[in-house]
Write a protein that binds this ligand. Structure first.
Ligand code: 13P
Ligand code: SF4
Length: 360
């Protein structure tokens, strides 16, 4: 049988996963653990056997994030790990564009995604053909593309960015090209939030993250009233009105660092649901208020399909080498940039200057 249910919760499994259980037990029931712990032990064994690593995004559930992830973090961190890993196999515990990014950076490795339908509303909002039309309309302007895009979009791009470095990338490329406007696609809200942090003009596309676009300023104000002591942290894929009434805004890694370093008494993370669960496992002094939205794409990844991916080498992610070669230039330019002097944040007063975003 290959469905993972044959693995028993033996005393050996219990002993091997005991430390992990102590970490995740507030987020996993004992009944669930009896099924999950044997799978975790087996996945970790298969990883060693196959010289595989698991790159797990912050939106994975805690048993994946803490149980089998070798490298965990935000989109930028995972891309950097993919570039330097010397494993033979990468299993992407995340969504398809992340697996494609890993393949683009490590063409010699086998890259697996446990569910091929793990997509992203931003990645599906734009095609390479769209970008070619945009470039015709705005000749001479650099194209900065969020990593949440398909390989053919990255192939039309000058440099990629993530929410951890978007302002830095936009300012860098404007300086390098000697221009005062750049094209930043496809997330309209990220583009508007970047525009509030820079004097570089932004041309944006109407893509949206289906998880973050649903938060409103009214939600935040209600939370403030109910939890006046709580620090409210939002992701920059949220509308600008949400960031305006939040205490901090940054990438998923920046949010996690904020909580772990500053140890607020009470916190609200305005983002995908698993994020708070994962940080809460480590931030034991902080109380988490948990309004959140689920990402249906991230939630397609489970211990079960990670196990099957490793067992059967599926589903292998391939990228046409000609497209990958062009896309690699854009991703590598981002990976090669020095880390920002201070972590990117999107909530500062600097943001009050006049913002002019041209929407394509
Ligand atoms: P980061 O982890 O880069 O902040 O991105 C969030 C996200 O929505 C990824 O899909
Ligand atoms: Fe895409 Fe949003 Fe899901 Fe991230 S959270 S994968 S941006 S839909």
């Amino acid at each position: 049988m290959a469905d993972g249910t044959q693995f028993a919760f033996t005393p050996e499994v219990e002993a091997a996963t005991h430390t992990l259980w102590n970490k995740v037990q507030k987020h996993v029931t004992p009944m669930e653990w009896r099924l999950q712990a044997p799978l975790i032990a087996e996945i970790n064994r298969l990883k060693r056997e196959k010289n595989a690593v698991i790159l797990a995004h912050n939106y994975m559930t805690p048993e994946i994030f803490h149980g089998v992830g070798d490298y965990v973090g935000d989109s930028l961190g995972l891309a950097k790990e993919a570039a330097k890993s010397d494993a033979a196999v990468i299993v992407q515990a995340g969504v398809h564009f992340m697996a494609e990014t890993s393949k683009i950076l490590s063409p010699e490795k086998k890259v697996l995604i446990p569910d091929l339908l793990a997509g992203c509303s931003l990645a599906s909002s734009i095609t390479g053909a769209d970008v070619r039309l945009i470039k015709q309309r705005y000749p001479g302007l650099p194209v900065v593309t969020y990593v949440n895009t398909t390989a053919d979009v990255k192939a039309e791009t000058d440099i990629c960015c993530t929410s951890a470095n978007a302002v830095q990338v936009v300012e860098h490329v404007a300086r390098e090209w000697g221009v005062d406007r750049v094209i930043l696609i496809p997330d309209e809200f990220l583009a508007r939030n970047v525009a509030r942090q820079t004097n570089v003009g932004i041309i944006a596309w109407q893509g949206r993250c289906e998880v973050h676009e649903r938060f409103t300023a009214a939600d935040i104000l209600e939370l403030r009233e109910a939890y006046p002591e709580a620090q409210i942290l939002a992701h920059p894929e949220c509308p600008a009105e949400v960031l305006e009434v939040s205490d901090f805004a940054g990438s998923t890694a920046a949010m996690s660092d904020f909580v772990l370093n500053r140890k607020p008494k009470q916190v609200v993370l305005i983002t995908e649901c698993s994020m708070a669960d994962n940080v809460a496992c480590d931030a034991t002094e902080t109380e988490f208020v948990r309004p959140c939205n689920l990402c249906p794409h991230m939630k397609r990844i489970s211990l079960q399909n990670i196990y099957e991916a490793l067992l059967h080498d599926r589903y292998e992610v391939t990228v046409d080498p000609a497209i990958a070669d062009r896309a690699r230039l854009a991703v590598q330019r981002m990976v090669d940039m020095p880390p920002p002097a201070v972590p990117a944040r999107y909530d500062l007063v600097k943001a009050r200057h006049h913002v002019d975003v041209e929407l394509i």
